[in-house]
Write a protein that binds this ligand. Structure first.
Ligand code: DOR
Ligand code: ZN
Length: 446
């Protein structure tokens, strides 16, 4: 007998929607059948999708817990249909060695959904192979941004990567997310969205990707070590279609954010819209949508970077860069599925299946043996995004008033975390996602 049965319209990868039951036992999907029996049964009106995987969030712990913490941030994730998140290392202190990683793992135990933790790529990581082994993945800040640690030196970065991968099989196969913006902080004192975009330009983004791509290629030729095969290279928050093309040319994956898809420099957001890389023009934004719809983008991640409204709502040059978005990521894009702008399979690929595969975790699909992570969305359930109703500690959203579809029911490893749109989960329910493919994680039969 199953512990829980979820009944309704189930989305199955490459098959589409079928009417039936998902049987869950011990947190895993045990059966998918027309009829199944369980201790508890939930009958759903909407479409049952795999839970979302958001591979780019900043939960601000340690050091900035007035903006967010692992509990509030993961409650927000759950309420938006996301059952796994991956946290970035630009905290205080930064996550750049084994001690800081272990401390963050301890702090993250309060999470309401599953979580991964990235370590920063610095010279330190060369002597901290254990940190790279134990982390979910590696974040490379190529260039400067809010609280970032790292450096815009492609040669150094690639040599540290080659070194750690050569030291340990357990470092190989990991997700390597790159913040690719060439430069030294020029543009951070811009006075408007338009000026910010001009100073931290698309060209700087493209140049960074080119530099990294060329260095990887050259290092591969010289040392016969192809770091692009050892790591899952992912260019974070790509803000323009040109960058998507450049990244693909070098064999890299690409991640785009909802803010680069829905917001642009023509909108009256002022400092609230300040983010790195910057929002672009409407034309660039529409070009990014085209890339997404044509299947040239791998992932939609939120880059949830909460700052409080008071911190953001000041003179443009002084305002910190970064926008919250973990809770609105799936709801905003699912509304585009309803409108016919994106097909359902592509949606699932972008928000769940592709990122799960890139992480190497047994999630991202409704299939026997995988984690029972589900998010149920009803096409009828259209509402408007309201900052005050969201769960992030930061209390505001750049998408105020946008149409969205929030999930009715969300399940993480068999535990109901959202019921009738309300958070009903538990503090501490989330588990750490190590991302070690060498240990067989993610290699279970699909
Ligand atoms: O705008 C940004 N804010 N870009 C980043 O890369 C970091 C982020 C933050 O942590 O606030
Ligand atoms: Zn980020």
């Amino acid at each position: 007998m199953n512990d829980l049965v979820v009944e309704g319209k189930i989305f199955l990868w490459s098959r589409g929607i079928v009417e039936g039951c998902v049987g869950i036992k011990n947190g895993r999907i045990a059966e998918i059948k027309k009829v199944a029996r369980g201790e508890e049964k939930i009958r759903c009106r909407g479409v049952i999708l795999p839970g979302g995987v958001d591979i780019h969030v900043h939960m601000r712990e340690p050091g900035m817990t007035h903006k967010e913490d692992f509990y509030t941030g993961t409650v927000a994730a759950a309420c938006g249909g996301t059952t796994a998140v991956v946290d970035m290392p630009n905290t205080f202190p930064p996550t750049d060695d084994l001690d800081s990683l272990r401390e963050k793992k301890r702090l993250a135990e309060k999470s309401a959904v599953d979580y991964g933790i990235m370590v920063a790529l610095t010279e330190k990581l060369g002597s901290q192979v254990r940190a790279a082994e134990e982390a979910t993945g590696i974040k490379w800040y190529y260039g400067t941004t809010t609280g970032a640690v790292g450096w815009g030196d492609a040669k150094k970065g690639v040599s540290v990567l080659a070194y750690i991968a050569g030291q340990s099989d357990r470092c190989q196969g990991k997700l390597l997310t790159v913040h690719a913006e060439k430069g030294d902080g020029t543009g951070d004192n811009a006075r408007s969205l338009e000026e910010h975009s001009r100073m931290r330009s698309v060209e700087r983004e493209v140049e960074a990707v080119e530099a990294i791509g060329n260095t990887v290629k050259k290092a591969g030729e010289e040392t016969k070590r192809d770091v692009n095969e050892w790591f899952v290279f992912n260019i974070a928050h790509v803000s323009s279609p040109m960058t998507v093309e450049t990244a693909r040319k070098h064999g890299f994956r690409t991640e785009v954010t909802p803010h680069h898809l829905f917001l642009d420099t023509g909108m009256a957001l002022g400092p609230l819209g300040k983010v790195n890389p910057p929002l672009r023009s409407k034309a660039e934004r529409m070009g990014l949508w085209k890339k997404l719809v044509s299947g040239e983008v791998d992932v939609v991640a939120s880059d949830h970077a909460p700052h409080t409204f008071e911190e953001k709502n000041i003179d443009f040059p002084e305002a910190p860069a970064g926008l919250p978005g973990v809770e609105t990521r799936m709801p905003l894009i699912f509304y585009e599925v309803k409108r016919g702008n994106l097909d359902l399979e592509m949606f699932v690929g972008l928000v769940s299946r592709n990122p799960a595969k890139m992480l190497g975790v047994p999630k991202g699909e409704i299939a026997i043996g995988l984690d029972a992570d589900l998010a149920v969305f009803s096409f009828q359930n259209v509402s408007r995004v309201m900052g005050e109703k969201l769960h992030s500690k930061c209390g505001w959203t750049p998408f105020e008033g946008f149409n969205a579809i929030f999930p009715d029911t969300v399940i993480c490893r068999g535990g109901v975390v959202v019921r009738d749109g309300e958070f009903v989960g538990e503090r501490g329910w989330g588990k750490y996602l190590g991302g070690n493919k060498a240990d067989g994680v993610g290699e279970r039969e699909h």
